[in-house]
Design a binder for this molecule. Structure first.
Ligand SMILES: Nc1ncnc2c1ncn2[C@@H]1O[C@H](COP(=O)(O)OP(=O)(O)OP(=O)(O)O)[C@@H](O)[C@H]1O
Ligand SMILES: [Mg+2]
Length: 148
């Protein structure tokens, strides 16, 4: 487990960037925690590391957005997903040819792979964000070990 404090949005982006540099196709990153915790902001940092030029913003109303960079980035937000989740074929984007970054992942536990990196965001009293990274599985333990 690793923990960071980000005292502004740029610092949240920077931590996402450092992680993004280590990611490879097939990786799954779950982002959970407070509403407005910084999940989408963190994803912008991952996108920057993947050399994605398009602006990454909240996919809330679309469930999935796909970006092309060094590798494909599949950015999902399951906040509004319900029992009809199978309408979306989201499984195809997880452990696929790109990197899957999933906000509100536990809205659809049946979609999630056995191994992933779980990143939790919480808002501190002074407005800073606490960002906690936990690995599930050896591959993600190694990945986390490389993160400075
Ligand atoms: N470390 C930080 N300190 C202060 N503000 C931050 C920090 N990181 C991000 N923010 C700001 O918090 C707001 C919400 O960020 P963001 O949209 O990334 O959250 P989210 O977790 O994706 O929200 P949602 O739950 O709606 O998906 C934005 O205005 C963003 O700039
Ligand atoms: Mg968001």
């Amino acid at each position: 487990m690793k923990e960071f404090i980000a005292s502004n949005a740029n610092e949240t982006v920077e931590i996402g960037y450092q992680l993004g540099l280590l990611l490879k196709p097939g990786d799954t990153i779950l982002l959970e925690g407070n509403l407005s915790g910084g999940k989408t902001t963190f994803t912008k940092g991952i996108g920057k590391a993947l050399n994605i030029k398009r602006i990454i913003n909240s996919p809330t109303f679309t469930i999935l957005k796909e970006y092309q960079g060094k590798y494909p980035l599949y950015h999902m937000d399951l906040y509004r997903l319900d029992e009809n989740s199978h309408d979306y074929d989201l499984e195809n984007y997880i452990n696929g040819d790109g990197i899957a970054v999933i906000e509100w992942p536990f809205q659809a536990p049946m979609l999630l792979p056995d191994e992933y990196l779980l990143i939790s965001f919480s808002i501190l009293e002074n407005g800073s964000r606490k960002i906690t990274l936990e690995a599930k599985g050896n591959h993600y333990e190694e990945l986390l070990g490389e993160l400075k």
